[in-house]
Design a protein. Structure first.
Ligand code: AR6
Length: 200
């Protein structure tokens, strides 16, 4: 336990130096919604959502990035959760991540907008139930799971807007994190995420 504490403390200090704070990110159209183009593992939000799989034991894409940056104790905690069904959300610590918590949700593998909306709704519900006020979302299901980007953008933004409207006092900021894959040009990313940028 002492070793674990020391490990986490030293790494958390290093992480904090490179992180992006919510106050530094501009809002998009409303004061409670932002777009951040970059790596979700750099965001110092109360909670980062993770596009996980139902085992919750890690994987590729954003899940791999989150587990990689959080360090091995995240996996240890995830192993105690008994998995997670599509549309559900479960919370863990953020460990070495600059965010305080990670909220793991499992998106649908096919184009089921209602299931995707459930991911956003349940993640926000977990956030609010823990009295946390800021959250970053990756574009759930639109990578390895192959959910069409425009349709995903529509479901995500519809659900987040609706939740914010109904729970205005509980949440300070929702950040849509659009990822810039390495080795590709900025314009290519803009195109890929155009749906999100327009819908939000
Ligand atoms: N920061 C922000 N967004 C990212 C990052 C990052 N570091 N890395 C990727 N993205 P995906 P899914 C974007 O494939 O489609 C895993 O193996 C990416 O560009 O991560 O829900 C899980 O274990 C895309 O826009 O998640 C599951 O098995 C978005 O995140 C499966 O993949 C989601 O892409 C889940 O697939």
């Amino acid at each position: 336990e002492v070793e674990k504490d020391k490990y986490l403390r030293i790494n958390a200090e290093t992480k904090r130096k490179n992180c992006v704070k919510v106050g530094d990110i501009l809002t998009w159209k409303t004061e409670k919604i932002s777009i951040f183009e970059g790596n979700i593992t750099n965001l110092a939000v109360d909670a980062s959502a993770n596009a996980a799989n139902s085992s919750l034991l890690g994987g590729g894409g954003v899940d791999g990035a989150i587990h990689g940056a959080a360090g091995p104790f995240l996996n240890e905690e995830c192993r105690t959760l008994g998995g997670c069904q599509v549309g559900e959300a479960k919370i863990t610590g953020g460990y070495q991540l600059p965010c305080r918590y990670a909220i793991h949700t499992v998106g649908p593998k096919e184009e089921y907008p209602e299931k995707l909306k459930k991911c956003y709704r349940n993640s926000l519900e977990v956030l609010v139930s823990k009295k946390l006020r800021t959250i970053a979302f990756p574009c759930i299901s639109t990578g390895i799971y192959g959910f069409p980007i425009l349709s995903a953008a529509h479901a995500a933004t519809y659900q987040v807007r609706k939740y914010l409207k109904d729970n205005t006092d509980q949440i300070d900021r929702v950040i849509f994190c659009l990822f810039m894959d390495e080795g590709k040009t900025f314009n290519a990313h803009r195109d890929k995420h155009k749906g999100y940028l327009e819908e939000i």
